[in-house]
Design a protein around this ligand. Structure first.
Ligand code: GLY
Length: 431
């Protein structure tokens, strides 16, 4: 089979790597990929969804899998299906579950799924008045897509007013900030929970702990994700049943029965587990329509079932008959990011703020072959030297019988990598 993976980051590298493991796969293409991904698959310079579809038709691709949310929101699934091309991912209408935080919160509340108390605003003054009146700390969320950085966690009323100003008036996330969802800040344990679904059956994957804040000790700005590990220490069978019964199943069946939406692909629930007198309640903070980055980097290496078989079951509505097999061992991922560096006109603060690119990377050839290296933002220069091209640069994924073992291996391997300003969170998996 010929597989096409859409994407160019660490998650997409992990997806391409997973497909390449399948005995059923002859060739993996990635559009548009990066230099690291090119060591695993053939990268194709197709940037628009129309070019991707043209490539898939010309090359007679058997199956396409979409990594990021943007092509899904742009309607890549609708386009491929209109040409008779097999593609895994939700269609444009379903993708609004990720691309409108406000409408999704309203939909979830209507379906009786636990969500934090919230209000939606398109008038910044009304939002500022509201955060002064509610009497509890809030999170201000841009309505639209903001590369995982659109949630501003506020400690005070002043912080919240400033967040509203920045999102709605300064438009730091562009038009994504035309509306905001202002929701009660919950305190508990965050969990990224993933399912495969064919729109009728929902099958849970193993869960992962993501680390969104930029700095050690969960401080600093929100990022796309600084590291992850799996399995998750809180997630036992009873909690999986609770999440499926209270969130995943009512959502997939509710949107089909009430709104005519048949959700096919990956469901990613961003949950806050809150210990209440009735037990643990899984509140939905956000819904994403794709695998997480870097959660995919720790989940896919644990998946022993062939991803091609799962994709075919999704596309033919046979997911209920598919049994997933997982390696019980731990996987832990550390992300090397472009940290603070000195520029000509002063300091670059580093990811998720401004950072330098084009910096030579050394040590990749020293990494223990048992450790997986997924590339997020790399290129090779004319001499074949690896250089940085993004905020998140590289992910190292280790395996261990325990979380502590996986953590120790990843930290040891990270010492071998070097580039100017390299920063990583050394507290990933420090429970
Ligand atoms: N790790 C968070 C995300 O993929 O959105």
């Amino acid at each position: 089979m010929k597989i096409l993976v859409i994407g160019s980051g660490g998650r997409d590298h992990a997806i391409a790597w997973k497909f390449a493991q399948s005995p059923r796969v002859k060739h993996v293409y990635v559009a548009h990929g990066n230099a690291g991904i090119a060591r695993t698959a053939t990268c194709v310079d197709a940037r628009s969804i129309e070019d991707m579809a043209a490539f898939a038709e010309k090359e007679r691709i058997d199956l396409t899998f979409v990594g990021p949310e943007k092509p899904l929101s742009a309607g890549i699934v609708d386009l491929f299906e209109s040409k008779g091309l097999a593609i895994v991912g939700p269609d444009k209408r379903t993708s609004c579950l990720e691309s409108s935080k406000c409408d999704t919160k309203i939909l979830l509340r209507d379906l009786g799924i636990p969500v934090p108390d919230f209000e939606v605003f398109s008038d910044p003054q009304k939002a500022k008045d509201y955060v002064g009146q509610v009497g509890y700390p809030v999170v201000v969320k841009a309505d639209g897509l903001a590369a995982g950085k659109g949630s501003l966690v506020c400690d005070s009323v002043e912080d919240a007013r400033e967040a509203v100003r920045a999102v709605m008036e300064e438009r730091i996330f562009g038009d994504a900030g035309a509306r905001v969802d202002v929701e009660r800040r919950l305190y508990g344990r965050e969990l990224s929970f993933f399912c495969f679904t064919d729109g009728y059956s929902v099958v849970p994957m193993v869960a992962a702990q993501d680390y969104k804040r930029a700095r050690e000790g969960d401080r600093g700005k929100n990022t796309g994700g600084m590291g992850a590990y799996s399995p998750h220490p809180w997630l036992d069978d009873a909690l999986v049943r609770t999440i499926m019964a209270r969130v995943a199943e009512p959502l997939i069946h509710g949107i089909r029965e009430k709104h005519g939406i048949v959700y096919r692909g990956i469901l990613y629930l961003g949950l806050m587990l809150v210990n209440e007198s009735s037990g643990i309640v899984p509140y939905v903070l956000e819904i994403n329509i794709r695998l997480g980055d870097p959660e995919a980097q720790v989940i896919l290496p644990r998946l022993e079932t062939d991803l091609v078989d799962i994709c075919e079951a999704i596309l033919t509505g046979r997911l209920a008959q598919t049994r997933l097999v997982w390696d019980p061992g731990y996987r832990l991922c550390l992300i090397a990011v472009s940290g603070p560096t000195k520029g000509k006109k002063g300091w670059y603060k580093g990811y998720p703020d401004r950072y330098k690119i084009g910096l030579p990377i050394t040590g990749l050839d020293q990494i223990d072959p048992r450790v997986l290296v997924f590339h997020s933002g790399t290129e090779t220069d004319s001499n074949g030297t690896w250089i940085t091209t993004g905020g998140r640069v590289l992910c190292l994924v280790s395996r261990g019988e325990t979380l502590a073992e996986a953590r120790a291996v990843a930290l040891e391997e990270m010492k071998k990598i070097s580039f100017e300003g390299l920063y990583f969170r050394s507290d990933i998996g420090l429970e």
